[in-house]
Design a protein around this ligand. Sequence first.
Ligand SMILES: Cc1cc2nc3c(=O)[nH]c(=O)nc-3n(C[C@H](O)[C@H](O)[C@H](O)COP(=O)(O)OP(=O)(O)OC[C@H]3O[C@@H](n4cnc5c(N)ncnc54)[C@H](O)[C@@H]3O)c2cc1C
Length: 461
Amino acid sequence: MKKALIHIVGGGLAGCEAAWQCLRAGHEVRLYEMRPHKMTPAHSTGDLAELVCSNSLKSMLPDSAPGLLKGEMQALDSLILEAGAHAAVPAGQALAVERTVFSRYIREALESFPGFKRIDAEVTELPPVGEGEAWIIASGPLTSQALVDQLQGLCPDSRRLHFYDAIAPILETESIDESIVFRASRYDDSGDGDYWNIPLNKEEYEAFVDAVIAAEKMPLHEFEDVAYFESCLPIEVMIERGRETLRFGPMKPVGLIDPRTGHRPWAAVQLRMENKEGTMVSMVGFQTKMKWPEQKRVFSMLPGLKDVEFFRYGSVHRNSYLKSPDVLNPDLSFKTAPRIFLAGQITGVEGYTESAAIGLLAGRAARAKVQDADFLMPPAGTIIGALYRYVTEGGLGDFQPMNANLGLLPGLPKQRGMGKPQRKALQCAKSREVFAAYLAQLSGSSQNYQQGEQGNAQAGL
Ligand SMILES: Cc1cc2nc3c(=O)[nH]c(=O)nc-3n(C[C@H](O)[C@H](O)[C@H](O)COP(=O)(O)OP(=O)(O)OC[C@H]3O[C@@H](n4cnc5c(N)ncnc54)[C@H](O)[C@@H]3O)c2cc1C
């Protein structure tokens, strides 16, 4: 086996996971981490894989998207999940960890490889990639400015780099009452338009505006002193400009006829498909910084959303991420620099586990490339494969950070007598089957498992 040197920028969740995958394959790793010498606005230690906010890695329930993702990552030898199991504290169905124990476990596991070296430095420049080497950029949502400038150089168009997320909620289509919410595109009343439309009368609109004004909002951190893009304003900011602003903006009813009344509604919210199956829809123009329980409460007031379920809540926060589908190859390397890979949240995923998952894949893809081998990416029917596909191919709408959710998986047709929980369980069971087949394919491929075993032996694991 060719032993190579892999440089990784960022000792967060993704960088550590990528480092582990490369070390286990027998490669040398240089991990560059700027903390504690240069801190980000959210981190508070120099520890590897610091969890910046909550200590929860979300649900472990096998029939949930976070649960499925954990199972898949465990099967792919994830260090982050191994550390999670070691540092777990009681948290019901969730995996919550004691953060210092979690970080220490990860540091010790990486340091157990003689080929591992942590370099305490900010990477401000990406040097030319040496013969037989690779770089993985895993510098996260708070990437330092100097590196942002470097990344801009790898993207032919600077609009491929985003600094803020102002994201709108994504809803489960099935939880919407279609006796109220109607399908139509503007000026097209054929009944099979591309949008779902929530019609509001004047009283409903006024009550909704009052509820948004009164709702609790997420406090923006000092470093999130956001200069909003005019085309991407949160709904609260629009309402501050006047009670009618929404009705002339994202809630404008023009070109829509409510089939129940035969008239144009006073206002309307449009929902747009997020996947081809139409199982996920986003609220068009509904970026918001209301707290999550408030989003649930306030949006459930909208006609037809009484029992709505959220795949993702809206939010506004600083987040550097690339428009990956435009700038990355299918193996997560840059189109402009095929030996430089991107990993973690900066690829356009969101969340600790999701970021680690893309770190895992980038690590495996990089280790394959330095050996002139192919790495078989997981198929779309698995959660990790669905996330990976989202990053490299995008969805139907604008490219915005995505978390692991069941809406990313192929949907199942409705079956008479089968309730939603049963259908979800079946969807998860199918996904596990797809993943098992993928694992079987991988184990038939010597590049992955023989290398892994060699790494284990070297580290004495
Ligand atoms: C304020 C805030 C709160 C969050 N809360 C949650 C939450 O509760 N739950 C959740 O699941 N997710 C949360 N997230 C998202 C979470 O931080 C990420 O999903 C996850 O940490 C991303 O992992 P990563 O490895 O991609 O980046 P990070 O974990 O941020 O790691 C990137 C590392 O790169 C380093 N770095 C940056 N630039 C350079 C450079 N030029 N040279 C060297 N090193 C560099 C940074 O110091 C950092 O250690 C939050 C994010 C923020 C900003």
